[in-house]
Design a protein around this ligand. Structure first.
Ligand SMILES: Cc1cc2nc3c(=O)[nH]c(=O)nc-3n(C[C@H](O)[C@H](O)[C@H](O)COP(=O)(O)OP(=O)(O)OC[C@H]3O[C@@H](n4cnc5c(N)ncnc54)[C@H](O)[C@@H]3O)c2cc1C
Length: 264
């Protein structure tokens, strides 16, 4: 659409320069998008999408939430800007299967940490990957999360839509339609679309980065620091209450592993 309207990237950049609203201080998501893309694009593409996704007006959300989304002027179809983009050769299921397929690794499914914590004596350390408020018995109150309901539709078609993800900023209850086959590149006569419906209840997916939760998490952070002295380390997306992609979580896990290896 942008390409139809503009005569190449330079033209689009110049147009944005004209329509962007200069802001001295960027306090929230709304400020951020207005300052980068102006009122029209904000109103048509970002505002309602953000309200649907988070259940909160962009004025009350931290700028980092939209700051993560790349704004590009080329035909790069990928979502992230990283130079190297890879998928596990035999898929994620096989990757994790191989990782835990070791007699020294014991996996207990459907077992909450709270239930077994007194029975397990860690030789070196505990790495906790659950929500911090739960760990500390909600001492400072509950941290809010956004969740999703997925609806899947499988069709006898090699590809259903032209790209991996289409966003819906309008009246639809879902925010996006994702056809992951564009990324995983399986060879099949079928393909599956997932429709994502944001909701507040359910599995914790996205930390809600607003002032209330930031203040609350800051208090939990102090307890987390103390827990580290007892060799309990909080790692990953839930435990650090941050939206992290897989590569970031894996990097942080390896750094923690090295730190523990050096120490013990
Ligand atoms: C809808 C969605 C789409 C995403 N898409 C992408 C993407 O395209 N690319 C990308 O890089 N990242 C994506 N991510 C992010 C990615 O899923 C996370 O970065 C990654 O899963 C984080 O790993 P983690 O180990 O920190 O947390 P998790 O994968 O959430 O693992 C935490 C584990 O701890 C367990 N646990 C939690 N609490 C307890 C408890 N009390 N007792 C026992 N066990 C507990 C959970 O069951 C879970 O198994 C997406 C996330 C979501 C929600």
């Amino acid at each position: 659409m942008i390409n139809q309207k503009f005569n190449g990237p330079k033209d689009a950049k110049n147009f944005l320069k004209k329509i962007r609203i200069k802001k001295k201080v960027i306090n929230n998501c709304e400020d951020y998008i207005l300052s980068k893309l102006g009122k029209d694009i904000y109103e048509n593409f970002y505002k309602n999408y953000t309200i649907k996704q988070w259940g909160i007006h962009p004025k009350f959300l931290d700028k980092s939430i939209v700051g993560r989304l790349p704004i590009r002027f080329n035909r790069d179809p990928y979502y992230v800007n990283q130079k190297i983009k890879v998928m596990p050769k035999h898929g994620y299921t096989k990757l994790f299967f191989n990782m835990i397929n070791n007699p020294r690794i014991n996996v207990n499914l459907k077992t909450s940490y709270e239930k077994i914590k007194n029975k397990v004596k860690p030789k070196i350390a505990t790495i906790y990957t659950g929500p911090p408020d739960l760990f500390f018995k909600f001492k400072y109150g509950k941290l809010d999360w956004r969740s999703l309901k997925f609806k899947f539709k499988t069709l006898r078609k090699k590809k259903i839509q032209e790209c991996v993800q289409i966003n819906f900023p309008n009246e639809q209850k879902y925010t996006r339609k994702v056809e992951i086959k564009h990324v995983t590149k399986q060879k099949s006569k079928y393909s599956t679309l997932s429709y994502e419906f944001p909701k507040s209840k359910g599995d914790p997916y996205y930390p809600i980065n607003n002032k209330k939760n930031r203040d609350r998490f800051d208090k939990y952070k102090k307890l987390i620091k103390k827990a580290e002295k007892n060799n309990i380390f909080f790692e990953g997306r839930l435990a650090t209450y941050r939206y992290l992609n897989m590569d970031e979580v894996i990097e942080k896990a390896l750094i923690l592993f090295d730190k523990l290896k050096r120490r013990y």
